[in-house]
Design a protein around this ligand. Sequence first.
Ligand code: ADP
Ligand code: MG
Length: 322
Amino acid sequence: MPGEFDFIQRYLSDRQVNRKDVHLSLGDDCAIVKAPENVRIALSTDTLVAGTHFLASANPAWVAHKALASNLSDLAAMGATPAWVSLALTLPEMDEAWLAPFCDTFFELANYYHLQLIGGDTTRGPLSMTLTVQGFIPESTALMRSGAKVGDWIFVTGELGDSKAGLDVILDSALRTKPFALELEKRHYISTPRIVVGQALLPHASAAVDISDGLIADLRHILNCSGVGASIDVSQLPYSSELLAYCGDETLATQYALTSGEEYELCFTVPAEQRSTVENALAHTGTKVTCIGQIRPQGVFELHNKGQAVDWQINGYDHFKA
Ligand code: ADP
Ligand code: MG
């Protein structure tokens, strides 16, 4: 596309961390990298499309954050350490007012995680971006979805539900007058990748997943892959005081926490004998973690409130359509 070279020169060159394992970065037909001995590469791709994953009118800095944070979250869910990223960007036009804040935030977040942009592609078309991130995991370990066993404890990081409330506000501007509506809208885009938690969990957790489709939907991935069931105490679900004020009632806030997608928090399982070790290890990361239930035999899936069964109809999470 005309202007692609200028775009690379102007917005992408010389802005990234220079990793020793990157032999050749932007500017040739391929990037060349070298993985250290005794590691495996964890690799993940995600696409964000305007109108499906963000509104074209959204703050470009927030879009950059969401695009990169959602990819980093996949590395976090495997316990991987970020290394390299490539960025395929499709743009309707070379819009300085959009590109400058997009790139500023992209590099701010990438550099924080020592993640180097090593290549990509730039094309003209409807606004979308595809990122491929790569990270390292020690040879003998990985946090997979398939390792949960009956009796393991189920944990989540952070607080859940804000992203869904933010999405409500994005889709219906009449909701902007509700308590904390604008803060929740921002939180929909701005999540914290749980990289350090993932690394700390690597030797201890039996399974992990990141919450992109909603807690219930993503926990089901662990249950299906591990051949187990679960019991969740909904009274334990962590949500923010802002979400409670927005929802105006605890039941609704709890239901938001169960179904909210694009949270990019981690849900993980821990064998009973590892629980105190994990809680100690995670205390050092400064990230809140909460035990919300326990793994049960296959076929069991129960939601209860301190022992009392609840029979909510929980719908899955759908991306919004603008
Ligand atoms: P090619 O024609 O071989 O695909 P390009 O002209 O598309 O090469 O890209 C030139 C160089 O710039 C390549 O090294 C490519 O990786 C890099 N590049 C192009 N677009 C991007 C982008 N959006 N992000 C990062 N690197 C990019
Ligand atoms: Mg190209």
